[in-house]
Design a protein around this ligand. Sequence first.
Ligand code: ADP
Length: 368
Amino acid sequence: MTSITLAGVTKKFGNQPVLAGIDLSIADGEFCVFLGPSGCGKSTLLRMIAGIETITAGELQIGGQTMNDVPPAERRVAMVFQNYALYPHMSVFENMAFGLRQAKTPKAEIDQRVREAARILQIEPLLERLPRQLSGGQRQRVAIGRAIVRKPDVFLFDEPLSNLDAALRVHMRTEIANLHRDFSQASVIYVTHDQTEAMALADKIVLLRAGADILTKGSIAQIGAPLELYHRPKNLFVAGFLGSPTMNFLPATVEAAKTDGVTVRLESGEALSVAVDGAGLAKGARVTLGIRPEHLEMAAEAVAGQTITHTVEAVENFGEYSYLYLQSPMPAPFIAKVSGDAVGMAGRAVAFQPLAHSCHLFDEAGEA
Ligand code: ADP
């Protein structure tokens, strides 16, 4: 049983608060991704779980036991670092065996465990090489192998793929998913700033946000399954972080609000009825309407209350789909992602209809 629980976990570096009041639980065997912009405290949180960073306040439990003061080697966790952290003068075999030797594991068992991990990771032919004789992807496999041989209860990955090129990143991502599915039922915590990696790998995403300025601290913006965060973002930060291109945000005023739908007046003067729960919204309230680019469809004609009409300023064609950049008074780009080619669309006024149940409304505080 290796669940992980954090209760009120806080971190300060000197007087500088970095994380505050982190409450979180990770189930046995779960693949949990810490996602968020650079500097929001993801690595610090991971390092506290690994035991290589102290916890200023709050409690960390692994497998039901308080771990705050337990040294890293006694936590049954294994960490894989972004820069691989291999010993340059040691062979691949020795790098993978190092932790086991430290733990005084019998020689025959070390040999058996290293070879088994090397077989799983397909690096058997590389066991006698030095790290500098390996490619980036091979080094990352060795770093993962070093974690696997320890048979930990929890794997901790800190941006393990960020030093690899794009194609190799996708390849290694699927290998890590396969490893978790096929060879190890251990819990995984995986840090990344890459939303695609998070969406592809996670059972559960913990999306962190940084404070508004350097004196405020990182906190949890939302916890949930990848599609839950995509379809039901709790606030503007989550809505704007997940999705590429990001969600369009249109300032609007509430005209009528019921539990089964809300009509808003946009700055263009057009009204739009959207199927969201309007409980708690008053007529005249200032809101933000959120529509993802992929949820705007071109309509055959404008229909009052159901479509919005915008002039296409520019088009990017990618073959399979196109981005239409729409004229709007907002500083951020307003984008519709449509399937197929959109040649010759620039300059035209087009009516768009949001897909049913795809719109989001956020109140003045940015909450859904
Ligand atoms: P992330 O992994 O999300 O990019 P980090 O956890 O690395 O963020 O850093 C969070 C914040 O803590 C940053 O503002 C960073 O500058 C600060 N920080 C990280 N490590 C230290 C340290 N050892 N001493 C002081 N500040 C640190």
